[in-house]
Design a protein around this ligand. Structure first.
Ligand code: NAP
Length: 575
């Protein structure tokens, strides 16, 4: 462990952004109490040295607002609620800053207040330079400046985002550019527990605070002699926690951090002479995680997506009749991934009744936008979420065109597969079959889709194939990245059936539907696996098969039931 000596003493100069008011002011006061150090407090509010006569000694909110109205009327100005509130805010904030300064001075510390916007670099630099000449160079930073603009993401404006983001992130960058990490013994950022847990209406706030967390790691790495810590505070009993927010936290059973406890925690953390984690979370009482649905009743979600050929290079390896076509397994992964993203922590287990109604072709027929409708069908079963999914687009004549549909099941815990016999026993029956499906026109797949390496056995009852799919880069996978379902390795299931059809019918075939897929484990890239196919029914127009995917040790990854392809002589010329 690297020893860091933060040694705060009466000659330390600590710059505290947001230190004039709120919880950061309490921390500045606590520092003064303990060390009688020099504090530079920073905020945008101006400090009014002389209050108007009518405001003096008036501390009650309603009375002060009444006097503000009277003063405006005397000036022949309209006392709008907005104007009154703004003047009231200025007076209260100035009083709070003034009180912070005098408390620090009474405790034996030195305090100066800089009225400056952290996001204005040149103003900040000028202000800091002038104070440093009087107090000496800054030895520690507490970055507590921050703002809220709580709203649902769809209601947020750019200004809302800017207000929240800039004070935290640009503010920190500017501070460090003005001061320089090399001279600092400690740097503490006031982040929030929300960066980790998330919170409704606080997407910008979570993001900005998490940048502070990541910044702390970077800074600690750059300067090992400075104690860097980003503190993800739980809610305090003060500062930006309004009475309304307090009520909400109480309802969520989250206790507030008392001012003295929080500020003392900071002092102890800064006094720690050993390097600890650059990121910590401090709650008064931890949030209790309950395994329950986020939503109480069946929900419907509508998700829009645009597809482009440029964004999905992999489809160029899946060309049928000169036209790049979205593989059926990729379309299924679109449905699965979307469901999983709605319920973090739940994993795809099975799908039922998956239908390819109208495949997506990357040519002039590509729709401007595709719509995925997900409807939760049964929320009553614990640790299980069921969706009915339908993916559609609007034709040029404004008529809906349905592309894919399926039922998708997510589980909190994937069950173990039960198999009486070891599937790898099937590998004992190996035949000498020289089939080169990618060269003889059986399969049209190219590049990384060429995953069937060997046909081990093939008869009228089914087939067994040895497969190995090389991993592809994230960029290559485009808008169809792998989550728990790997569409690229799973594609081998349909390919095996296509090989079987070509062998026995000499016709091309294409995926139509699947009755059920159960996945116990993701079929991996860069590893040999086997597909064992058993024909369930066949005629001149279609073939239906079940299949099992397993590896050499007999571990089962996936099973599929009633996988159906359509057979047609017309397809021969397209492959
Ligand atoms: N209170 C909590 O429960 C809690 C919980 C987790 C994290 N935090 C974090 O702790 C910090 C302090 O919170 P608080 O509750 O004390 O908030 P607060 O009462 O709203 O105080 C915020 C402070 O930041 C200053 N500020 C905002 N934007 C600024 C800018 N652009 N330039 C300079 N100063 C700026 C404000 O001063 P002016 O308005 O005068 O500019 C004010 O002094 C925040 O960063 C917050 O995210 C608080």
């Amino acid at each position: 462990m690297t020893s860091i000596n933060t040694t705060i003493n009466s000659s330390s100069v600590v710059l505290v952004s947001g230190g004039g008011r709120g919880v950061t002011a309490q921390c500045a006061i606590q520092l003064a109490k303990q060390y009688q150090c020099n504090l530079i407090l920073l905020g945008r509010s101006s400090l009014t040295n002389v209050e108007p006569e009518w405001a003096k000694n008036c501390f009650q909110e309603s009375e002060l607002k009444k006097r503000i109205m009277e003063a405006l009327i005397a000036l022949k100005e309209k006392p709008t609620p907005l104007k009154v509130q703004s003047i009231f805010k200025n007076i209260s904030q100035s009083r709070e800053i003034d009180s912070t300064l005098s408390t620090i001075r009474n405790l034996g510390g030195t305090a100066e207040y800089l009225s400056v916007d952290l996001t204005n670099f040149s103003a900040l630099q000028t202000a800091i330079n002038s104070v440093v000449q009087r107090l000496g160079k800054v030895t520690g930073i507490i970055h507590g400046a921050g703002n809220l603009a709580d709203k649902l993401i769809e209601d947020k404006s750019e200004q809302d985002f800017e207000k929240v983001y800039s004070a935290k992130v640009e503010g920190l960058e500017n501070l460090l550019d003005c001061i320089g990490i090399e001279q600092l013994r400690f740097a503490s950022f006031f982040s929030s527990f929300v960066a980790f847990y998330g919170n409704k209406g606080q997407s910008d706030y979570s993001l900005a605070n998490d940048i502070l967390n990541k910044f702390a790691y970077l800074l600690q790495r750059k300067n090992s002699t400075c104690h860097v810590v980003s503190i993800g505070w739980g809610p305090w009993d003060g500062g930006m926690v309004s009475p309304h927010l307090k009520k909400k936290f109480t309802e969520s059973k989250i206790d507030l951090i008392p001012l003295e406890v929080g500020s003392q925690f900071l002092i102890d953390e800064l006094n720690n002479n050993y390097q600890r984690l650059p990121q910590i979370i401090v709650m008064s009482r931890p949030i209790i995680s309950e395994s329950k649905h986020f939503f109480s009743k069946n929900q419907t979600f509508r998700i829009y997506r645009k597809l482009t050929l440029e964004a999905n290079p992999f489809v160029l390896d899946h060309v049928i009749g000169h036209r790049p076509v979205l593989p059926a397994m990729c379309a299924l992964s679109w449905l699965i991934n979307s469901c999983e993203q709605l319920y973090p922590g739940y994993r795809f287990f099975s799908c039922e009744n998956y239908k390819v109604l109208k495949g997506i072709v990357f040519d002039e027929t590509l729709a401007k936008s595709y719509t995925l409708d997900l409807h939760e069908s049964d929320t009553s079963i614990p640790n299980e979420i069921n969706f009915e999914a339908i993916l559609w687009s609007e034709s040029s004549k404004k008529i809906p065109q349905y592309h894919y549909s399926s039922k998708i099941k997510l589980l909190a815990k994937i069950p173990q597969v039960l198999s009486e016999i070891n599937p790898s026993d099937r590998l004992l029956k190996q035949e000498q079959i020289s089939l080169s499906p990618y060269e003889n026109g059986t399969l049209f797949h190219r590049g990384n889709f060429q995953g069937i390496k060997r046909i081990i056995s093939l008869d009228s009852e089914g087939a067994i194939a040895e497969c190995y799919v090389k991993s592809s880069e994230q960029k290559q996978q485009g808008q169809f990245p792998i989550q728990t379902f790997n569409p690229y390795t799973s594609d081998m299931l349909f390919q095996c059936l296509l090989v079987w059809v070509r062998h026995f019918y000499d016709f091309g075939s294409l995926p139509l539907q699947v009755n059920q897929i159960k996945q116990f484990k993701t079929i991996p890239f860069d590893r040999i696996f086997y597909v064992s196919l058993t024909i369930q029914s066949k005629n001149d127009n279609q073939a239906i098969a079940k299949a099992l995917v397993f590896d050499e040790s007999g571990e089962i990854y996936l099973e599929i039931d009633r996988m159906q392809v359509t057979i047609s002589s017309r397809l021969n010329s397209l492959f």
